[in-house]
Write a protein that binds this ligand. Structure first.
Ligand SMILES: [Fe+2]
Ligand SMILES: [Fe+2]
Length: 176
């Protein structure tokens, strides 16, 4: 048992009735909402930049008949966009707005868009981008701590998949 003090039902009910316009954001929300929204939007940009980079790599690898790599690139592109959707939904739940302005995506993204001149360079750049995402998401999870469990869980789920992506790229790189 932790030493968290539970709020009595009467207070919980009264609090819930106040500021109903805030939707899912209640009085007990203890995170810095503006800061969480900024981190969510930076991550949203990272996911889009990664999806675009994987798409580019998918088309280029298909062209040079590197079908195993192409399949991986396409799968990752699809999954990065699923991550982006989860983040955008959470941004709206917290009363923010997802920034999908193309001019802002590469500015806000932690990972970079590198086209890559050949298959090896593409896989290497994807691995680097995944490693950036892994470090940045892990830090965000630590920053959120107990203050916003739902957002933290979203980051934890995405982090687990980025680790799989990095592993896939590292395996591919060995064969090149
Ligand atoms: Fe992702
Ligand atoms: Fe990824």
């Amino acid at each position: 048992m932790s030493n968290v003090e539970l709020t009595d039902v009467k207070t919980l009910r009264e609090r819930a009735r106040k500021h109903v316009e805030h939707g899912a954001v209640t009085e007990g929300y203890s995170a810095d909402r503006e800061q969480i929204l900024r981190l969510l939007n930076e991550t949203l940009a990272t996911e889009w930049v990664c999806a675009l980079r994987y798409k580019r790599h998918y088309y280029m690898a298909s062209g040079i008949k590197a079908s195993v790599a192409a399949d991986e690139f396409l799968e990752h592109a699809t999954q990065e966009l699923e991550h982006a959707d989860k983040l955008a939904e959470r941004i709206v739940q917290l009363g923010g707005e997802p920034d999908l302005n193309p001019d802002n995506l590469s500015k806000n993204s932690h990972a970079q868009y590198v086209a890559g001149k050949n298959l090896k360079e593409m896989v290497l750049e994807d691995l680097v981008a995944e490693r950036i995402a892994i470090d940045s998401y892990r830090e965000i999870i630590q920053y959120i701590g107990e203050s916003d469990p739902t957002t933290r869980r979203i980051f934890e789920d995405i982090l687990a998949q980025e680790e799989e992506h990095a592993d896939d790229m590292a395996d591919l790189l060995k064969g090149l």
